[in-house]
Design a binder for this molecule. Structure first.
Ligand code: DON
Length: 310
C-alpha cells in the first residue's frame, strides 16, 4: 500500500495505479453510438493530478487529447451559475435522475424541467441559457478552458461534432420537448449546433485537471479572479457528487468519495476541495457510460492516499 502524507508528490501513487490498471483484465466497451468515438483503443489510460498552484503530475496517456463530451457540462454549468446565480434552478433541477444520461421519460411528468444539469436534457438547458447570455456558448466554454488550462491550442473536433449532429435525434427530441414547455429560449438548430460543438471539445488529462482547479480553489480562477462564490463552487461540487455519473452516482460516491463527472469519451474529472483535482481517461465504458479503468483508478487513488471528502 502507498501511504500519502501532505508533503509527498502525487507521482509515485499515480505510477502505482497505472501499473495496477495495466494488469486489469476487462476495460469495458468504447462508445459506438457516435462513430467518430468508436475508433479509440479501450486499453489507453492516462491520469493527471493538478495541485492548486498549477503543479501537474501525470502518468500514461495523460497528455493525449481525447473527446471531453459530457465533462464540458461542469464548465458550462459554472459559467451559467456565475451569470445567473440561483435563477438557473428555476429551469433545471439538482436531484439525481436515477436514469440513463440520455433518458426522456422523466421530462414529461416533470413538465419539461430536467432533473439536473448533467443529464443531456439538463445540459441542453444550461447551454441554451449560456447561449442567451453570451451569444456563443461553445466559444465561451473554449475561451474559459484555454485560459484555465494554459493551453491555447485546445479546440473543437469538427468530425466529432458532425458525427454527433448526424446521430443527434435523441438530443433533438429532448430539446424540442423542452421547448414545448417553454424551457428553451433559442432556436433548436442553434442550440444543437452549440451543444454538439461543446461535446466535441478535445483536451488531455493535464488540460482538464488544470481547468477544473477553480472548483478546488472554492471558485477562484487560475489568475486569482473569482468565477464562482465559495457557496456556488460548493454547489457545483455537490451536484457533481450526486449527479455527475448518472445512474451510477451512488456507486461512484461509495467507491471514490469525490465529486466527479464522466463523459462517454472515457474521461472523468474529480475534485478534492482545497487540495487538488484529478482527470483520468480510458475509453472503455461500463453499461452506464462511465470509464471502467477510470473509476477503478480513482477508487484506488482515494483508497491509497486517504484523500476524500468523507
Ligand atoms: O449528448 C451526447 O450524446 C454526447 N455528446 C455526450 C454524452 C456524454 O458524454 C454523456 N456521458 N456519459
Amino acid at each position: 500500500m502507498v501511504i500519502m502524507t501532505s508533503s509527498m508528490t502525487f507521482q509515485p501513487v499515480l505510477e502505482h495505479i497505472a501499473a495496477e490498471v495495466e494488469r486489469m483484465p476487462g476495460r469495458g466497451r468504447v462508445a459506438d453510438y457516435i462513430p467518430a468515438l468508436a475508433a479509440r483503443d479501450p486499453r489507453r489510460f492516462g491520469m493527471a493530478v493538478a495541485e492548486l498552484d498549477g503543479t501537474v503530475y501525470g502518468v500514461g496517456d495523460w497528455r493525449e487529447p481525447f473527446s471531453t463530451q459530457s465533462l464540458t457540462k461542469v464548465f458550462t454549468l459554472a459559467l451559467v451559475l456565475a451569470r445567473e446565480g440561483d435563477e438557473l434552478w428555476e429551469y433545471v433541477g439538482r436531484e439525481p435522475s436515477g436514469n440513463p444520461f440520455n433518458s426522456l421519460v422523466q421530462l414529461e411528468y416533470e413538465n419539461g424541467i430536467p432533473r439536473n444539469p448533467f443529464i443531456n436534457a439538463g445540459a441542453l438547458v444550461v447551454t441554451d441559457r449560456l447561449q442567451t447570455r453570451t451569444g456563443d456558448a461553445a466559444g465561451e466554454l473554449l475561451t474559459f478552458l484555454r485560459s484555465e488550462s494554459g493551453n491555447a491550442r485546445l479546440d473543437f473536433d469538427k468530425d466529432i461534432a458532425d458525427s454527433e449532429a448526424a446521430h443527434g435525434d435523441r438530443n433533438a427530441a429532448l430539446a424540442h420537448f423542452m421547448a414545448a414547455y417553454g424551457n428553451i429560449g433559442n432556436p433548436i438548430p442553434v442550440l444543437l449546433d452549440q451543444y454538439f460543438r461543446q461535446c466535441s471539445l478535445t483536451a488531455s488529462c493535464a488540460d482538464l485537471a488544470l481547468a477544473t482547479t477553480f472548483l478546488a480553489r472554492h471558485g477562484l480562477r487560475a489568475d486569482g479572479s473569482r468565477l464562482l462564490t465559495q457557496s456556488q463552487a460548493k454547489q457545483v461540487n455537490a451536484v457533481m457528487l450526486t449527479c455527475g455519473t448518472y445512474d451510477a452516482a451512488g456507486d461512484f460516491a461509495y467507491r471514490v468519495g469525490l465529486p466527479g463527472k464522466s463523459g462517454v469519451g472515457g474521461g472523468i474529472i474529480a475534485v478534492v476541495p482545497g487540495r487538488c483535482t484529478l482527470c483520468v481517461w480510458s475509453p472503455g465504458l461500463d453499461e452506464r457510460g462511465n470509464s471502467v479503468a477510470g473509476v477503478a483508478a480513482l477508487d484506488r487513488f482515494t483508497t491509497l492516499t486517504g484523500v476524500s471528502v468523507f
